[in-house]
Ligand binder design. Structure first.
Ligand code: AVI
Length: 319
C-alpha cells in the first residue's frame, strides 16, 4: 500500500473512532476538524466569499489598511513567517509583501495535497523566499524545519479567527504551544472575531444561499462516503445559534424525525429535534482576548479593528 493510501486509512479510522464516540455520547457531537475534506474545503472557500460572512473580507481589509505594514515594521527585516493551518495561504501574501526581505515561509497544515499546492504557489510568487512546508496537526507541538535560519526573527501567523473554533482551554493550550514552537522573542499575528449583534452572527453562519448548510451537512455525507454510514441527508437540517452564555455561534445538525442510522455495525438512534453539535465559533471581547493571550504566554503589543468593530487582528509578543 502507498504512503498516501496508508495515511488515508489512518484518517478514516480516526474519523470513525471520533464519530462512534461523539454519536453515542448523551449529547451527540462531531469534532469540527472533520468538516474539511476536499468538498468541505471547497465549501469553506465559498463561505469566505458570501455577503453574510464578514470575517474574511473584514480581516483582509484590516491587514491591508496598515496592520500588516506595522506588524512587518515591528517584526523587522529577514523574518521567518510560520503560518498555523495555512490552508490556501492567501492572506499571507499581504504579510509577505509588507515584510522587508522575509527569510522564509513555513506553512503548517495537516492536508499534504493542499499544503503542497499552496506552498508551490507561494514559492512561484516569491522567488528567493525559502518556502519550507511542514505536514503536521498544528494543534500539537511540531518541530520547525531544520533549514530555517536560526537568527531570523520568528513571526507566527494565525488568521481567520480559527482560534475561535477551540474551546477556551484548547485556545489557551494552542497559544502556549505556539509560544513554545516559535521561541523567545517571537511574535504572533492572529485574527479574533468580536462579539456583536446576534442577528449578524447567525446570518454569517446560516446564509441565504445555503452554502453553510451544505458545508455542515457534508459531514454526514463524509461519514457515508468514508465510513459506510447510511445518513439520509434530507432527514437533517443545518442550524446556527448564538449561545450568549458561552459567547459562541454553535452549528448543529437537527434530526427532522425519529430515525436510526447505522455506522460500523452500530445503530444510532435520533429523536425528532435531537441535534449533533458540529462546531463552536467563539467570539471575543478585546479585554477577554488579551487575558486569554496572557494565559497562553503572550503580551498584546498592538490591536487593530475595522471601523464597525466587527473583527480584530492582534500582534502578540512572546512574554
Ligand atoms: C474556520 N473557521 C474560523 C470558520 C468560523 O467562522 O468559525 C469556520 C466556519 N464555520 C461555518 N462558517 C465558517
Amino acid at each position: 500500500m502507498s504512503g498516501a493510501a496508508q495515511a488515508a486509512g489512518r484518517q478514516r479510522a480516526a474519523l470513525l473512532a471520533d464519530a462512534l464516540a461523539g454519536l453515542t455520547a448523551p449529547r451527540k457531537t462531531l469534532p469540527c476538524k472533520w468538516l474539511y475534506d476536499a468538498e468541505g474545503a471547497r465549501l469553506f472557500e465559498a463561505i469566505t466569499r458570501l455577503p453574510e460572512y464578514y470575517p474574511t473580507r473584514t480581516e483582509t481589509a484590516i491587514l491591508r489598511g496598515g496592520c500588516a505594514a506595522e506588524a512587518a515594521r515591528l517584526a523587522g527585516p529577514g523574518a521567518a513567517v510560520v503560518e498555523f493551518g495555512s490552508g490556501s495561504a492567501e492572506k499571507v501574501a499581504i504579510l509577505l509583501a509588507a515584510l522587508a526581505a522575509p527569510a522564509a515561509y513555513v506553512p503548517v497544515d495537516i492536508a499534504p495535497d493542499w499544503l503542497g499546492a499552496a506552498a508551490a504557489r507561494v514559492a512561484a510568487d516569491w522567488p528567493g523566499l525559502a518556502v519550507l512546508p511542514v505536514v503536521a496537526d498544528f494543534t500539537r507541538p511540531f518541530a520547525l524545519p531544520a533549514g530555517l535560519p536560526a537568527k531570523a526573527p520568528r513571526l507566527g501567523f494565525f488568521p481567520g479567527s480559527t482560534i475561535g473554533n477551540f474551546d477556551p482551554a484548547g485556545a489557551e493550550a494552542f497559544l502556549a504551544m505556539a509560544r513554545r514552537v516559535l521561541g523567545e522573542g517571537a511574535r504572533l499575528l492572529i485574527g479574533a472575531d468580536l462579539v456583536k449583534d446576534p442577528a449578524v452572527l447567525e446570518a454569517a453562519y446560516d446564509d441565504a444561499a445555503g452554502v453553510t448548510a451544505r458545508f455542515n451537512l457534508n459531514l454526514l455525507a463524509r461519514l457515508n462516503r468514508e465510513c459506510g454510514a447510511d445518513f439520509d441527508l434530507s432527514a437533517f437540517r443545518h442550524q446556527a445559534v448564538w449561545n450568549p452564555r458561552e459567547e459562541r455561534v454553535e452549528m448543529h445538525l437537527v434530526s427532522l424525525r425519529p430515525q436510526a442510522v447505522s455506522l460500523a455495525g452500530r445503530r444510532i438512534g435520533f429523536a425528532a429535534g435531537e441535534t449533533i453539535h458540529t462546531e463552536n465559533s467563539h467570539k471575543y471581547r478585546p479585554e477577554g482576548f488579551a487575558r486569554l493571550c496572557a494565559r497562553g504566554g503572550w503580551d498584546a503589543e498592538r490591536c487593530w479593528t475595522d471601523p464597525a468593530r466587527l473583527f480584530s487582528v492582534w500582534l502578540l509578543r512572546a512574554g
